[in-house]
Write a protein that binds this ligand. Structure first.
Ligand SMILES: [Zn+2]
Length: 189
């Protein structure tokens, strides 16, 4: 199993330079890149303003729209082999909202299966860390399938695989997950 070069969680992405990153660290990486782009764009706008000032034509040239950087999310600090930390209720809340959207867009059966899976997964004897990682991926997956944006197939595929790896010690979970995987691949056809 490939590990994230930053935190050691299951890696899902490979970035420039060959670094492997998990979903969390990839998100952080992207936030930083976005911030850099925003900064460069602001500098360019400044240069445009300077040109206008020199030419005596204030506010003549078009400005770039500056992208709003998404915030770097700070999560609970995970301490291995410890009871510190709890299941992230934010993920569960978002997941429920996404499942409702799925029901409204005609994917009731899949939403139900995801709900059954989540409930069962939380009862399993996994560490809080693993449970949160799975919840995070379920939240992301359900958002992708909620019909609010075009689903990203590659990411969905890697989430399906990495959840399967995370639950590989539980046969009952694997069974539910297989059903979910089938439903999703039918949906993506
Ligand atoms: Zn990581």
């Amino acid at each position: 199993m490939k590990k994230c070069s930053q935190c050691g969680k299951v890696a899902m992405y490979k970035i420039e330079g060959g670094h492997l990153l998990c979903l969390d660290c990839f998100h952080k990486h992207n936030s930083i890149v976005q911030q850099q782009i925003a900064q460069l764009t602001a500098e360019e706008n400044f240069l445009i303003g300077q040109m206008e000032a020199i030419a005596g034509l204030p506010l003549t040239f078009p400005r770039h729209e500056i992208p709003q950087p998404s915030p770097v999310i700070n999560r609970n600090i995970n301490i291995s082999n410890s009871t510190i930390g709890a299941v992230n209720t934010g993920y569960i809340k978002n997941l429920k909202v996404n499942l409702k959207h799925m029901v409204h867009t005609g994917n009731q059966e899949l939403a139900e299966q995801l709900q059954v899976f989540t409930k069962q997964m939380l009862k399993e004897d996994f560490t809080i860390e693993i449970k949160n990682e799975i919840l995070e991926q379920l939240e992301f997956l359900s958002q992708q399938l909620s019909g609010q944006e075009l689903p990203k197939r590659g990411i969905i595929k890697s989430i399906l695989n990495s959840v399967l790896i995370a639950i590989s010690t539980s046969e009952s979970l694997i069974n539910i997950w297989n059903t979910i995987q089938d439903m999703i691949s039918n949906l993506m056809k």
